[in-house]
Design a protein around this ligand. Structure first.
Ligand code: TXA
Ligand code: MG
Length: 316
Protein backbone atom coordinates (compact mmCIF):
# COMPACT_ATOMS: atom_id res chain seq x y z
CA UNK A 1 0.00 0.00 0.00
CA UNK A 2 1.24 3.51 -0.95
CA UNK A 3 2.14 5.72 2.02
CA UNK A 4 -0.21 8.70 2.30
CA UNK A 5 0.12 12.05 4.00
CA UNK A 6 -2.42 11.94 6.81
CA UNK A 7 -4.10 15.35 7.20
CA UNK A 8 -4.85 16.45 10.76
CA UNK A 9 -8.13 18.39 10.74
CA UNK A 10 -9.71 20.29 13.62
CA UNK A 11 -13.44 20.17 14.38
CA UNK A 12 -14.12 23.62 12.92
CA UNK A 13 -16.66 24.17 10.11
CA UNK A 14 -13.73 24.13 7.63
CA UNK A 15 -12.28 20.93 9.11
CA UNK A 16 -15.68 19.19 9.06
CA UNK A 17 -16.28 20.31 5.45
CA UNK A 18 -12.86 19.01 4.40
CA UNK A 19 -13.50 15.67 6.18
CA UNK A 20 -16.90 15.34 4.45
CA UNK A 21 -15.37 16.15 1.05
CA UNK A 22 -12.72 13.47 1.59
CA UNK A 23 -15.41 10.89 2.48
CA UNK A 24 -17.33 11.85 -0.69
CA UNK A 25 -14.15 11.27 -2.70
CA UNK A 26 -13.84 7.73 -1.31
CA UNK A 27 -11.07 8.56 1.19
CA UNK A 28 -10.56 7.26 4.74
CA UNK A 29 -11.16 9.73 7.58
CA UNK A 30 -10.76 8.94 11.29
CA UNK A 31 -13.20 10.86 13.46
CA UNK A 32 -14.11 11.11 17.15
CA UNK A 33 -17.21 9.52 18.63
CA UNK A 34 -18.18 9.54 22.31
CA UNK A 35 -16.87 5.96 22.61
CA UNK A 36 -13.62 5.72 20.59
CA UNK A 37 -12.26 7.19 17.34
CA UNK A 38 -13.72 5.48 14.26
CA UNK A 39 -12.08 4.98 10.85
CA UNK A 40 -14.77 6.17 8.44
CA UNK A 41 -15.53 5.54 4.78
CA UNK A 42 -18.63 5.84 2.58
CA UNK A 43 -20.52 2.61 3.36
CA UNK A 44 -21.90 2.49 -0.22
CA UNK A 45 -18.46 2.60 -1.83
CA UNK A 46 -16.91 -0.87 -2.02
CA UNK A 47 -13.42 0.44 -2.81
CA UNK A 48 -13.46 2.83 0.14
CA UNK A 49 -14.69 0.08 2.48
CA UNK A 50 -12.01 -2.29 1.19
CA UNK A 51 -9.44 0.40 2.01
CA UNK A 52 -10.60 0.33 5.68
CA UNK A 53 -9.82 -3.37 5.90
CA UNK A 54 -6.42 -2.79 4.23
CA UNK A 55 -5.46 0.15 6.49
CA UNK A 56 -6.40 -1.76 9.65
CA UNK A 57 -4.99 -5.08 8.48
CA UNK A 58 -8.38 -6.48 9.48
CA UNK A 59 -9.55 -9.98 8.53
CA UNK A 60 -12.09 -9.51 5.72
CA UNK A 61 -14.82 -11.55 7.40
CA UNK A 62 -15.42 -8.97 10.13
CA UNK A 63 -18.52 -6.83 9.53
CA UNK A 64 -18.48 -3.07 10.24
CA UNK A 65 -20.81 -0.72 12.11
CA UNK A 66 -22.62 1.83 9.91
CA UNK A 67 -23.00 5.30 11.46
CA UNK A 68 -26.04 7.43 10.59
CA UNK A 69 -27.30 10.79 11.87
CA UNK A 70 -30.73 9.66 13.11
CA UNK A 71 -33.34 6.90 13.33
CA UNK A 72 -34.91 7.90 10.02
CA UNK A 73 -31.63 7.28 8.22
CA UNK A 74 -31.18 3.95 10.05
CA UNK A 75 -34.57 2.72 8.83
CA UNK A 76 -33.44 2.95 5.19
CA UNK A 77 -31.06 0.06 5.65
CA UNK A 78 -32.79 -2.39 8.03
CA UNK A 79 -36.13 -3.93 8.90
CA UNK A 80 -37.18 -1.81 11.88
CA UNK A 81 -39.07 -3.21 14.88
CA UNK A 82 -40.94 -2.03 17.98
CA UNK A 83 -38.03 -3.11 20.16
CA UNK A 84 -35.60 -1.14 17.97
CA UNK A 85 -37.89 1.88 18.23
CA UNK A 86 -38.05 1.74 22.03
CA UNK A 87 -34.29 1.40 22.35
CA UNK A 88 -33.56 4.10 19.76
CA UNK A 89 -35.90 6.50 21.58
CA UNK A 90 -34.23 5.75 24.89
CA UNK A 91 -30.56 5.66 23.85
CA UNK A 92 -29.91 7.29 20.44
CA UNK A 93 -27.86 9.27 19.89
CA UNK A 94 -25.47 7.40 22.18
CA UNK A 95 -23.14 4.42 22.74
CA UNK A 96 -25.58 1.70 21.59
CA UNK A 97 -25.26 -0.31 18.34
CA UNK A 98 -28.31 -2.26 17.13
CA UNK A 99 -27.97 -5.29 14.83
CA UNK A 100 -31.09 -5.67 12.68
CA UNK A 101 -32.10 -7.64 9.56
CA UNK A 102 -30.87 -5.97 6.35
CA UNK A 103 -33.50 -4.45 4.11
CA UNK A 104 -33.67 -5.21 0.41
CA UNK A 105 -32.25 -2.49 -1.81
CA UNK A 106 -30.13 -1.12 1.06
CA UNK A 107 -27.42 0.00 -1.36
CA UNK A 108 -24.52 -0.68 1.03
CA UNK A 109 -21.31 -2.39 -0.01
CA UNK A 110 -21.46 -6.11 0.80
CA UNK A 111 -18.02 -5.68 2.39
CA UNK A 112 -19.73 -3.71 5.19
CA UNK A 113 -21.89 -6.64 6.22
CA UNK A 114 -19.27 -9.26 5.31
CA UNK A 115 -22.09 -11.09 3.55
CA UNK A 116 -24.30 -11.38 6.68
CA UNK A 117 -28.04 -10.83 6.44
CA UNK A 118 -27.91 -8.30 9.27
CA UNK A 119 -26.47 -4.83 9.77
CA UNK A 120 -24.97 -3.11 12.82
CA UNK A 121 -26.15 0.52 13.08
CA UNK A 122 -25.27 3.34 15.43
CA UNK A 123 -26.25 7.00 15.86
CA UNK A 124 -23.28 8.60 17.65
CA UNK A 125 -23.78 11.48 20.09
CA UNK A 126 -20.40 13.21 19.70
CA UNK A 127 -20.91 16.72 18.23
CA UNK A 128 -18.03 16.36 15.73
CA UNK A 129 -19.33 12.96 14.55
CA UNK A 130 -22.83 14.39 14.18
CA UNK A 131 -21.55 17.40 12.25
CA UNK A 132 -19.54 15.13 9.95
CA UNK A 133 -22.52 12.81 9.30
CA UNK A 134 -24.71 15.84 8.50
CA UNK A 135 -22.12 17.38 6.17
CA UNK A 136 -21.44 14.07 4.41
CA UNK A 137 -25.12 13.16 4.10
CA UNK A 138 -24.67 9.40 3.77
CA UNK A 139 -23.95 6.23 5.78
CA UNK A 140 -20.42 6.00 7.23
CA UNK A 141 -18.89 2.57 7.86
CA UNK A 142 -16.44 2.86 10.74
CA UNK A 143 -14.63 0.34 12.87
CA UNK A 144 -12.43 1.61 15.69
CA UNK A 145 -9.45 3.49 14.18
CA UNK A 146 -6.70 1.12 15.33
CA UNK A 147 -4.64 -1.57 13.64
CA UNK A 148 -6.52 -4.85 13.87
CA UNK A 149 -6.13 -6.55 17.24
CA UNK A 150 -4.57 -3.53 18.98
CA UNK A 151 -5.97 -1.19 21.63
CA UNK A 152 -8.80 1.12 20.49
CA UNK A 153 -7.91 4.83 20.11
CA UNK A 154 -9.44 7.42 22.42
CA UNK A 155 -7.41 10.34 21.04
CA UNK A 156 -6.19 11.53 17.64
CA UNK A 157 -2.65 10.81 18.86
CA UNK A 158 -3.55 7.13 19.35
CA UNK A 159 -5.04 7.06 15.84
CA UNK A 160 -1.85 8.50 14.33
CA UNK A 161 0.35 6.13 16.32
CA UNK A 162 -1.28 3.19 14.53
CA UNK A 163 -2.47 4.57 11.20
CA UNK A 164 -0.38 7.61 10.19
CA UNK A 165 0.54 7.28 6.51
CA UNK A 166 -2.20 4.64 6.02
CA UNK A 167 -5.29 6.92 6.11
CA UNK A 168 -6.16 10.24 4.47
CA UNK A 169 -7.11 12.31 7.51
CA UNK A 170 -7.97 12.39 11.18
CA UNK A 171 -10.50 14.84 12.61
CA UNK A 172 -9.05 15.77 16.01
CA UNK A 173 -11.51 16.82 18.70
CA UNK A 174 -9.73 15.72 21.86
CA UNK A 175 -10.27 12.64 24.02
CA UNK A 176 -13.40 10.47 23.78
CA UNK A 177 -15.64 10.97 26.83
CA UNK A 178 -16.97 7.39 27.19
CA UNK A 179 -13.73 5.61 26.30
CA UNK A 180 -14.97 2.07 25.54
CA UNK A 181 -16.76 0.96 22.36
CA UNK A 182 -20.52 0.93 22.03
CA UNK A 183 -22.69 -1.79 23.51
CA UNK A 184 -23.85 -4.10 20.68
CA UNK A 185 -27.33 -5.55 20.95
CA UNK A 186 -28.51 -8.21 18.50
CA UNK A 187 -32.13 -7.72 17.44
CA UNK A 188 -32.46 -10.31 14.68
CA UNK A 189 -34.36 -12.50 17.15
CA UNK A 190 -34.79 -12.21 20.92
CA UNK A 191 -32.50 -9.38 22.14
CA UNK A 192 -28.94 -10.60 22.89
CA UNK A 193 -25.99 -8.67 24.24
CA UNK A 194 -23.31 -9.27 21.57
CA UNK A 195 -20.73 -6.96 23.17
CA UNK A 196 -20.85 -5.17 26.54
CA UNK A 197 -19.87 -1.53 26.04
CA UNK A 198 -20.39 2.11 26.85
CA UNK A 199 -24.09 1.74 27.66
CA UNK A 200 -24.62 -0.44 30.75
CA UNK A 201 -26.61 -3.61 30.01
CA UNK A 202 -28.70 -2.88 33.11
CA UNK A 203 -30.03 0.28 31.43
CA UNK A 204 -31.13 -1.70 28.35
CA UNK A 205 -32.74 -4.34 30.57
CA UNK A 206 -34.67 -1.60 32.37
CA UNK A 207 -36.16 -0.36 29.08
CA UNK A 208 -36.88 -3.86 27.71
CA UNK A 209 -38.15 -5.24 31.03
CA UNK A 210 -36.17 -8.45 30.52
CA UNK A 211 -32.76 -9.89 31.35
CA UNK A 212 -30.33 -10.08 28.42
CA UNK A 213 -28.49 -13.29 27.54
CA UNK A 214 -24.77 -13.10 28.46
CA UNK A 215 -22.41 -12.36 25.53
CA UNK A 216 -20.70 -15.73 26.00
CA UNK A 217 -24.06 -17.50 25.69
CA UNK A 218 -24.88 -15.55 22.53
CA UNK A 219 -22.00 -15.01 20.03
CA UNK A 220 -23.53 -17.06 17.21
CA UNK A 221 -21.45 -15.20 14.60
CA UNK A 222 -17.79 -14.50 14.11
CA UNK A 223 -17.25 -10.99 15.47
CA UNK A 224 -13.73 -9.68 16.13
CA UNK A 225 -14.91 -8.24 19.42
CA UNK A 226 -15.57 -11.89 20.24
CA UNK A 227 -12.14 -13.16 19.22
CA UNK A 228 -10.47 -14.02 22.53
CA UNK A 229 -7.24 -12.08 21.99
CA UNK A 230 -8.43 -8.66 20.86
CA UNK A 231 -7.66 -5.18 22.15
CA UNK A 232 -4.15 -6.36 23.02
CA UNK A 233 -1.24 -4.20 24.17
CA UNK A 234 2.20 -5.54 23.18
CA UNK A 235 3.09 -6.22 26.85
CA UNK A 236 1.63 -9.16 28.79
CA UNK A 237 -1.34 -8.32 31.04
CA UNK A 238 -2.20 -9.94 34.41
CA UNK A 239 -5.68 -9.38 35.88
CA UNK A 240 -7.11 -9.12 39.43
CA UNK A 241 -3.70 -8.21 40.80
CA UNK A 242 -3.56 -7.15 44.46
CA UNK A 243 -0.11 -5.58 43.88
CA UNK A 244 2.61 -5.39 41.21
CA UNK A 245 5.25 -8.13 41.18
CA UNK A 246 8.87 -6.98 40.62
CA UNK A 247 9.25 -5.65 37.06
CA UNK A 248 5.49 -5.11 36.57
CA UNK A 249 3.65 -1.81 36.33
CA UNK A 250 0.32 -1.59 38.16
CA UNK A 251 -2.89 -0.23 36.63
CA UNK A 252 -4.99 0.61 39.69
CA UNK A 253 -8.70 1.02 40.41
CA UNK A 254 -9.82 2.79 43.59
CA UNK A 255 -7.60 4.23 46.32
CA UNK A 256 -4.08 2.80 46.73
CA UNK A 257 -0.57 3.06 45.31
CA UNK A 258 -0.17 2.22 41.60
CA UNK A 259 1.57 3.51 38.45
CA UNK A 260 -1.62 4.76 36.78
CA UNK A 261 -5.12 4.74 38.24
CA UNK A 262 -8.29 4.09 36.19
CA UNK A 263 -10.25 5.96 38.87
CA UNK A 264 -9.05 6.81 42.38
CA UNK A 265 -12.65 7.23 43.50
CA UNK A 266 -13.61 3.84 41.95
CA UNK A 267 -15.96 5.55 39.47
CA UNK A 268 -16.65 3.12 36.59
CA UNK A 269 -17.49 5.84 34.02
CA UNK A 270 -14.17 7.57 34.76
CA UNK A 271 -12.39 4.20 34.56
CA UNK A 272 -13.94 3.43 31.15
CA UNK A 273 -12.89 6.84 29.83
CA UNK A 274 -9.31 6.22 31.02
CA UNK A 275 -9.02 2.53 30.07
CA UNK A 276 -7.48 2.55 26.59
CA UNK A 277 -5.42 5.73 27.18
CA UNK A 278 -3.85 4.24 30.30
CA UNK A 279 -3.18 0.91 28.52
CA UNK A 280 -1.49 2.85 25.68
CA UNK A 281 0.71 4.71 28.20
CA UNK A 282 1.68 1.63 30.19
CA UNK A 283 2.28 -0.35 27.02
CA UNK A 284 4.84 2.27 25.94
CA UNK A 285 6.90 1.36 29.05
CA UNK A 286 7.33 -2.17 27.63
CA UNK A 287 6.90 -3.84 31.08
CA UNK A 288 4.31 -6.51 31.99
CA UNK A 289 1.08 -4.86 33.17
CA UNK A 290 -0.73 -5.93 36.36
CA UNK A 291 -4.33 -4.72 36.69
CA UNK A 292 -6.29 -4.27 39.94
CA UNK A 293 -9.75 -5.91 40.18
CA UNK A 294 -12.70 -3.97 38.67
CA UNK A 295 -16.29 -4.79 39.76
CA UNK A 296 -18.45 -6.66 37.20
CA UNK A 297 -21.42 -4.26 37.24
CA UNK A 298 -22.57 -1.42 34.96
CA UNK A 299 -19.68 -0.22 32.77
CA UNK A 300 -17.44 -2.62 34.71
CA UNK A 301 -18.69 -5.40 32.41
CA UNK A 302 -17.32 -3.64 29.33
CA UNK A 303 -14.07 -2.74 31.13
CA UNK A 304 -13.52 -6.33 32.31
CA UNK A 305 -14.43 -7.70 28.86
CA UNK A 306 -11.69 -5.54 27.25
CA UNK A 307 -9.22 -6.38 30.03
CA UNK A 308 -9.82 -10.14 29.70
CA UNK A 309 -9.16 -9.90 25.96
CA UNK A 310 -6.03 -7.82 26.59
CA UNK A 311 -4.80 -10.53 28.99
CA UNK A 312 -5.71 -13.55 26.80
CA UNK A 313 -2.92 -15.67 25.29
CA UNK A 314 -1.93 -14.09 21.95
CA UNK A 315 -3.04 -15.63 18.70
CA UNK A 316 -6.13 -17.07 20.41
O1 TXA B 1 -18.10 2.40 19.67
C1 TXA B 1 -18.03 1.74 18.64
O2 TXA B 1 -18.84 0.83 18.39
C2 TXA B 1 -16.91 2.07 17.66
C3 TXA B 1 -17.18 3.47 17.11
C4 TXA B 1 -16.17 3.88 16.07
O3 TXA B 1 -18.48 3.55 16.62
N1 TXA B 1 -16.83 1.11 16.61
C5 TXA B 1 -16.40 -0.15 16.82
O4 TXA B 1 -16.31 -0.89 15.66
O5 TXA B 1 -16.08 -0.60 17.91
P1 TXA B 1 -15.50 -2.25 15.53
O6 TXA B 1 -15.50 -2.58 14.10
O7 TXA B 1 -14.18 -2.14 16.19
O8 TXA B 1 -16.40 -3.29 16.25
C6 TXA B 1 -17.65 -3.59 15.67
C7 TXA B 1 -18.18 -4.89 16.18
C8 TXA B 1 -17.35 -6.05 15.72
O9 TXA B 1 -17.14 -6.95 16.79
C9 TXA B 1 -18.22 -6.66 14.62
O10 TXA B 1 -17.95 -7.99 14.36
C10 TXA B 1 -19.59 -6.39 15.17
O11 TXA B 1 -19.47 -5.08 15.63
N2 TXA B 1 -20.61 -6.43 14.11
C11 TXA B 1 -20.71 -5.66 13.03
N3 TXA B 1 -21.74 -6.03 12.26
C12 TXA B 1 -22.33 -7.07 12.90
C13 TXA B 1 -23.46 -7.89 12.61
N4 TXA B 1 -24.17 -7.75 11.51
N5 TXA B 1 -23.77 -8.85 13.52
C14 TXA B 1 -23.04 -9.01 14.65
N6 TXA B 1 -21.96 -8.26 14.97
C15 TXA B 1 -21.61 -7.32 14.10
MG1 MG C 1 -12.37 -2.44 17.21
Amino acid sequence: MQPLTTEILSATPEGIARAAALLKAGALVAFPTETVYGLGADARDGRAVAAIYAAKGRPAFNPLIVHVPDTGAAQRYVIWSDTAERLARAFWPGPLTLVLPLREGHGLSSLVTAGLGSLALRVPAHPAARALLQAFGGPVAAPSANRSGRISPTSARHVLAGLEGRIDAVLDDGPCPVGVESTILGLTGAPVLLRPGGLAAEQIEAVLGETLAAPEAAAPITAPGQLVSHYAPAAPVRLNAARAEPGEVLLGFGPGACDLNLSESADLAEAAANLFGHLHRLDALACPIAVAPVPETGLGRAINDRLRRAAAPRGA
